[in-house]
Design a protein around this ligand. Sequence first.
Ligand code: PXG
Length: 285
Amino acid sequence: MMQVYIDGKFFPKSKANISVYDHGFLYGDGVFEGIRIYSDNIFMLDEHINRLYDSAKAIRLKIPLSKTELRNAVRQAHKVNGLKNGYVRLIVTRGVGDLGIDPKKCPKPSIIIIVNKIALYPAELYKKGMEIITASTQRTPVSALNPQIKSMNYLNNILANIEAVNAGANEALMLNSSGNVVECSGDNIFIYRNGTLITPPTSTGALDGITRRIVMKIAEQEGLSVKELIFSKYEVYTSDECFLTGTAAELIPVVKVDGRDIGNGKPGKITRLLINKFKKFTGEK
Ligand code: PXG
């Protein structure tokens, strides 16, 4: 059985419990990271740790371990569970407090590390490409809760995801209040249009995705023109290629958006190239 790290101790999954008074549970007051393990290597661990500390800083949550200590805790959780390829969910909550949102009532943040297999999109979707729809649910405005904070409040994304499921699609495209494309419910978006690879800047309300960063770097190394630009649904509909990126999704082609075929309705050449380069970069065997 998988062993779960809670505040420095390991518990079997069936006994890994946290208090119902934890503000992570009561209010979604906490931050998290989803990290991959490829071939026994915790992929991009430093980047995930840095983003976690930035998320915590933004919500004024002081993580009670140094970055080095937390990195070692993640490595220990990996070792204890011995998964060669898998997934790490690293969570820091405000901790146990009163009923009432005041974070001052929570003296000690809780640190939880879950290691497990990850449920992917079906393998065939990586070959065939997937269909997405535009959600009517807008992405949370930067001025309300900056989506760069990877917080435990995922209802905005879940509402969009429900719309995708209702429409028989795999993911939901989310726009901001200006009608510009931001990202999908759990993935960043890229389009390839007129010879340029384009993704929305984080100022639109997109997460500064770690997979997004890698893809931009790989694409530049391949000599592609890569730009962060603001664009609308129109540019997606009329793009030559489209794909999504995320720790869970990796790179997945999009071939239909709101009923419109993207390009010729099949995963494009640039998308397939980047999928191959990304696979090499992860070192997965
Ligand atoms: N946008 C959103 C809203 C996300 O939640 C990404 C983009 C991609 O970011 P990364 O850094 O992963 O490239 C995410 C990440 C899960 C799960 O268990 C979700 C994500 C990542 C890993 C696991 O649902 N979302």
